[in-house]
Design a protein around this ligand. Structure first.
Ligand code: AMP
Ligand code: ZN
Ligand code: FE
Ligand code: FE
Length: 273
């Protein structure tokens, strides 16, 4: 049996609703699925409810991007309590930064002669670059979301705008306060995974995402070794986004369900501790 501990829904930049994601996970015969939307926990209760209805284990989570100069640092929070004030405050702050950036990107595109309707991006702070990419595609400015990133949205491109983030310390603290396990997501995106791990461990890092679509077999092996060396829990997932990442399917990493028990034991220890 397999699990998938990294997925996105329409509450961030995925294209399946939380309910549809869980239905799809059930159809794929997954043993458990974690919902890890960017900068929001707003889909978690919906997914949990659907999980209960379908008797599928749902792990409420989140993916937070942290300010960090040595690569792109994303921290997954698994088993977070979505009602917790600290995680709510952190995600609200991040949503506000998103909204500000969306407006700046649209302004830059406008200067390039591209008109996109502003109101959805002002009203829905959870929207981000993939949604702007989709709009560019629908309006015929580009052929695909990939091309939108290449031409306009990726770092260094003509309409790129940096997004303000929380420090790695604030990020990890919010997850821990919400009872979650902070996990280093796709460690290939930081320049030196071991250095990052040693920096984040004292802040409360508990896990590392070993299985991920862009990890080579050598990467997987080296992250397993890191996990052992630093006593980190191992996780893995597809980073499923539905049609926003059409080549990535839910469950495609075939993450063994045996990884789940150590994670749950840790949560149990925390609760008792
Ligand atoms: P944002 O959160 O608004 O900065 O957008 C980042 C998200 O864009 C990432 O989480 C990816 O899911 C997505 N993304 C990055 N590059 C691409 C790409 N080339 N094509 C489609 N989606 C992308
Ligand atoms: Zn995303
Ligand atoms: Fe990520
Ligand atoms: Fe992700």
């Amino acid at each position: 049996m397999y699990i998938d501990l990294h997925t996105h829904t329409t509450c961030s930049d995925g294209t399946l609703t939380p309910e549809a994601l869980i239905q799809y996970a059930k159809a794929k015969n997954l043993k458990a699925v974690a919902v890890t939307d960017h900068d929001t926990v707003s889909g978690n209760l919906r997914a949990l409810k659907e999980g209960e209805a379908l008797q599928l284990e749902v792990i409420p989570g989140v993916e937070l991007s942290a300010a960090y100069t040595e690569g792109s640092l994303h921290i997954l929070g698994l088993f977070v309590d979505s009602r917790n004030k600290a995680i709510r405050r952190a995600t609200e702050k991040l949503q506000e930064k998103r909204r500000e950036r969306n407006i700046k990107i649209l302004r830059k595109l406008n200067e390039l002669g591209i008109e996109i309707e502003r109101s959805p991006f002002v009203e829905n702070a959870y929207l981000g670059r993939p949604h702007i990419g989709r709009a560019l595609c629908q309006l015929g400015y580009v052929e695909s979301i990939d091309e939108a990133f290449e031409k306009y949205l990726k770092k260094g491109a003509s309409a790129y705008v940096v997004r303000e983030k929380l420090s790695e310390e604030e990020t990890i603290k919010a997850i821990v306060a919400a009872g979650g396990l902070p996990v280093l997501a796709h460690p290939v995106t930081v320049f030196n995974a071991e250095k990052t791990v040693t920096q984040l461990l004292p802040l409360g890092l508990r896990g590392i995402e070993v299985y991920y679509p862009t990890h080579s077999p050598e990467d997987v092996h080296s992250f397993q070794i890191l996990a052992e060396k630093y006593n980190l829990l191992m996780t893995g997932g597809s980073d499923f986004h539905g049609e926003h990442k059409p080549k990535i399917d839910l469950g495609c990493m075939k993450v063994p369900a045996s990884l789940l028990e150590p994670l749950k034991n840790e949560i149990e220890l925390n609760r008792r501790g």
